[in-house]
Design a protein around this ligand. Structure first.
Ligand code: FAD
Length: 383
């Protein structure tokens, strides 16, 4: 068993950290306050390969392994969780299913420019009536000649409004429930496809999410990803990998909380000495460090399993759940260590506190992760 990252993975951490400190740190707080999409950093992330990290170089990607990807998302999120999720969605929720289930022609059209970061992708599964139970979705696509006629609505779609293509999960055979779901590549500009203003969110406010509306959108049959009826399988397998990205996002937020807590505890004095001298504060910092390291090991292990071609779904669920809970807990402690200052927008603690919460909710709530882990245990897939 090895616990060391490779020199290449270390180089990715150093490169992304330098990038994030130089380009992301200066705008992170303001972009959050203004709920502003960080348009200036999208081409810079693309140039560094961060929008197509795992994609084959033959398709315009960086060809990095999954552990490197987790490290990159962790480092982006350590500075700004919004940047972390923008990259994560394009990589794991969009490019992975397109490159895994797409035809050669689809890969050329729907992967290459996206891996190069010239275009952005999104993943449209959730609906107002269907979140944890996506098979309950009501969006439908009826085959008529050479097109699918798509009708329905999606909500909370990250990168929505900015994405050039969205993978839309819909029912091509509603009577079959999840077995009647299919995945369509729906392009911006298709008549009948519109979206809302960005939703008003508690955190990750520089990363926009929107509702999507489909009103008799004619999607060419060439845009069917996989086969008819494969949609549910594609959606679930995609989330297995996506959860490694969210675990990494949570890890980055938690790491930021630890670093800022240590710095503040050393600087802030009460009772004539730095609050870091109080054992109650040291215990908080020690617990943060322990839980963060455990999250990191779970996250990298899930990524390494995926790299090795082994089963990684339950490991990814475990990592996402544990790291998400850790991020929320660490952010709460970070605010506490900052005292009243932690409750103001003058310090980053409150931004981390708001950002951390989403990691317990999206790509399957942490209750659903526990359902996945529990199910795997009972089936004997986990020890
Ligand atoms: C900012 C943001 C970005 C998002 N981005 C995307 C995106 O890009 N694409 C996309 O498709 N979706 C996206 N989502 C949607 C997200 O994945 C869902 O919000 C999430 O899966 C939960 O679904 P829900 O909100 O409908 O909650 P519900 O499913 O209504 O759940 C409500 C509560 O009930 C609990 N619950 C439900 N079922 C069970 C059960 N069986 N056992 C125990 N507890 C249960 C849940 O854990 C939760 O606590 C995003 C959401 C947000 C907020």
């Amino acid at each position: 068993m090895q616990f060391e990252t490779t020199p290449e993975q270390d180089l990715i951490r150093q490169t992304v950290r330098e990038f994030a400190e130089k380009n992301v740190r200066p705008i992170a707080a303001k972009a959050d306050q203004e709920k502003r999409w960080p348009a200036e950093n999208i081409p810079k992330m693309a140039e560094l390969g961060l929008l197509g990290l795992n994609t084959d170089p033959a398709l315009g990607g960086a060809g990095a392994d999954m552990v490197s990807y987790a490290i990159a998302i962790e480092e982006l999120s350590r500075v700004c969780a919004s940047h972390g999720v923008i990259a994560s969605v394009n990589n794991s929720l969009y490019l992975w299913p397109v490159t895994t289930f797409g035809t050669d022609a689809q890969k050329q059209k729907f992967a290459t420019p996206y891996a190069q970061g010239k275009k952005l992708g999104a993943y449209g599964l959730s609906e107002p009536v269907a979140g944890s139970d996506p098979a309950g979705g009501q969006s439908t696509a009826q085959k008529k000649g050479d097109v699918y006629v798509l009708n329905g609505q999606k909500n909370f779609i990250t990168n929505g409004g900015h994405a050039d293509t969205v993978i839309v999960f819909c029912k091509t055979d509603p009577a079959q429930r999840h077995k009647g779901m299919s995945a369509l590549l729906v392009e911006k500009g298709m008549p009948g496809f519109t979206w809302s203003e960005p939703e008003h969110k508690v955190g990750i406010r520089a990363a926009h999410s929107t509702q999507l509306y489909f009103d008799n959108v004619e999607v060419p049959k060439e845009n069917l990803l996989g086969k008819e009826g494969d949609g549910f399988k594609i959606a679930m397998k995609t989330l297995d990998g996506g959860r490694i990205g969210i675990a990494a996002q949570a890890l980055g937020i938690a790491q930021a909380c630890l670093e800022e807590s240590v710095a503040y505890a050393k600087e802030r004095e009460q009772f004539g000495k730095p609050i870091a001298d109080f054992q109650a504060i040291q215990f908080k910092l020690a617990d943060m460090a322990m839980r963060i390291q455990a999250s990191r090991l779970l996250t990298y292990q899930a990524a390494a399993l995926k790299d090795a071609g082994k089963s990684y779904g339950p490991a990814a669920a475990m990592a996402k759940c544990f790291a998400g809970d850790t991020a929320m807990w660490a952010a709460t402690e970070c605010v506490q260590i900052h005292g009243g200052n932690g409750y103001t927008t003058d310090y980053a603690a409150e931004r981390h506190f708001r950002d951390a919460k989403i990691t317990q909710i999206y790509e399957g709530t942490n209750e659903i992760q526990r359902v996945v882990v529990g199910g795997a245990l009972l089936k004997g897939d986990l020890r």
